[in-house]
Design a protein around this ligand. Structure first.
Ligand code: GLN
Length: 530
């Protein structure tokens, strides 16, 4: 069993998650089995309660864990299946330690960061060390943060316990470019490595994020000051077109080879053809382009709809076309009208969301898509909005609403359901869905039973189901156990689909989600018909 620990220095937002995912990908191209996980030093138990402004998207796993969006990168770049055990925060560690303390498990001892907190962290590492060749653990935050210290200390102890030859420390750092000096600077990297060495961790590989190419002098300097072999100073330039270029780029830099050499892993040569194919389609798609409007309320945040944007890119890859994403603020639709903002797009997608800000603009967008035969895809909230719109404008129930937005509405077409996770009061994680009849969805999936991930409190209210169906809304998928509507479609519309779940969490560049891929195919058709 081999272990890779990824730390970051100098600044946050270095793309550590992407780089970690890429390491996993590079090992998989050598036929190795990997597992990936993330340790986050903040005190929240998980990111479920954190605002998108704080944290970006909450990524949901099959088992219902609400995790950091980096776990999304791991699942997209590799084939490993993740569970709640692969996402750990300081909050979780302390919660567990304090529960044990209250139970009397420590038998009267003084409970301390070392060894009790660090043991808890190491236990997680041992528990994840099964059935794979390499375990990659990314440590959130930046080296030098006080809150990250217990994690780094635990890693230092762990590497001593399992043998240093089985552990690789990879430190990702930034080489800032100073225009006035006309050069890249190494000092911040030197200092962040010094911080690591202070705790007793010597990085084996230094990954240098840089906008400019690094020359040999710079490599020598970093090698000497950071005590890292010259060949292990790796340049990681900003990618030009797409994050999916990273595996090819780092493989060219010798990263994959270096890792297997340093960890003494005997494995097959790498096969990069899968990634080459993906990148070829991203860079020069042969099927033209379509323009998809994503109508949300966090459109200025880079990460709030991460998986949605990525899954659209995957669908571009599977359709061999370019997908241009137009980020639309639903409040702007409300202010200026749907036509003014959405005219000319080939598809409209409304992603998940909570709270009533921006809802009116989303309802208007769904109406615009329905009335103008524009392909529409609603995810979570986007499905609920489509149902509200249909009830208001087709069933003529003027005050139809979700009880999330209007608790007193006389027509709660979307309402809460009692069977929820007690801690979070949400339906979380993977649930079965049975596809019914000859629908757009059943054609796209080509299967009768599917499983998709959920994260919501409200559901389509079954009291309105037959009225909606009589008026031309198609129930195309239900949860068989609870008879909950999971997919709706609109009859006499080329492609109008709303799903209560989040297909974007199960899409990969190498394997686009079938329904998202079908949506993009339809948008492409729409763009060509104009
Ligand atoms: N706010 C809605 C609910 O809780 C939708 C959430 C979502 O988009 N997943 O049901």
């Amino acid at each position: 069993m081999k272990y890779i620990f990824v730390t970051g220095g100098v600044v946050s937002s270095l793309g550590k998650g992407l780089t970690s995912g890429t390491l996993g990908a590079l090992l998989e191209t050598r036929n190795l089995k990997v597992r990936m996980q993330k340790f986050d030093p903040y005190l929240n138990v998980d990111p479920g309660m954190m605002s998108p402004f704080q944290h970006g998207e909450v990524y949901v796993l099959d088992d219902g864990a609400e995790t950091d969006l980096d776990l999304g990168h791991y699942e997209r770049f590799t084939h490993c299946k993740l569970s709640r055990f692969n996402s750990m925060s300081s909050g979780q560690v302390y919660e567990h330690v304090l529960q044990k303390e209250r139970r009397g498990d420590y038998q009267g001892k003084t409970v301390q960061v070392i060894p009790h907190v660090t043991n808890e962290i190491k236990d997680r590492l041992y528990a994840a060390s099964k059935d794979v060749d390499v375990l990659i653990t990314e440590i959130g935050g930046t080296v030098g943060d006080i809150e990250g210290l217990p994690f780094l200390e635990a890693l230092r102890q762990f590497s001593l316990e399992v043998g240093k030859e089985n552990v690789l420390f990879i430190h990702i750092t930034l080489l800032p470019y100073l225009k006035a000096a006309g050069e890249l600077k190494t000092k911040p990297s030197q200092q962040s490595v010094a911080k690591l060495r202070e705790i007793g961790i010597q990085p084996d590989i230094l990954v240098c994020r840089t906008e400019q190419p690094m020359d040999d002098d710079m490599r020598m300097k970093l090698s000497m000051f950071c005590n890292v072999e010259q060949r292990a100073v790796i340049e990681e330039r900003d990618v030009e077109h797409s994050i999916y270029e990273l595996p090819l780029m780092l493989d060219k830099e010798g990263m994959g080879e270096l890792i297997v050499q340093k960890l003494h892993i005997d494995c097959s040569a790498s096969d990069m053809s899968g990634w080459e194919n993906i990148v070829r389609r991203v860079i020069s798609p042969s099927n033209g382009e379509c323009k998809i409007a994503v109508v949300g309320k966090y459109i200025n945040l880079q990460d709030a709809y991460k998986s949605v944007y990525e899954s659209l890119a995957h669908a571009g890859i599977s359709n061999d076309c370019a997908v241009k994403i137009l980020r639309v603020d639903s409040e702007e639709v409300e202010a200026k009208g749907a036509e003014a903002i959405l005219k000319g797009v080939d598809g409209i997608l409304i992603p998940g969301g909570f709270g009533d800000r921006g809802i009116a603009g989303k309802v208007m967008s769904a109406k615009y898509a329905r009335e103008n035969n524009i392909p529409y895809f609603g995810l979570g909230l986007g499905m609920q909005v489509a149902v509200i719109e249909y009830a208001r404008n087709v069933l003529k129930l003027a005050d139809a609403n979700s009880s999330e937005f209007d608790a007193k509405t006389s027509n709660p077409v979307i309402s809460s359901f009692e069977d929820l996770d007690k801690a979070t009061s949400m339906r979380l994680g993977s649930y079965e869905c049975k596809l019914i009849g000859d629908s757009i969805s059943s054609k796209a999936y080509g299967e009768e039973f599917i499983r998709e991930r959920h994260r919501h409190r409200y559901e389509l209210n079954n009291a309105y189901r037959s009225r909606l169906e009589d008026a031309g809304m198609v129930v195309a998928g239900v949860n068989p156990k609870r008879d909950l509507v999971e997919i709706v479609e609109v009859k006499n519309h080329p492609w109008f689909v709303g799903v209560q779940f989040h297909p974007e969490f199960q899409s990969k560049p190498s394997n686009a989600h079938p329904l998202i891929s079908a949506f993009v195919a339809e948008a492409l058709k729409f763009s060509k018909s104009k």
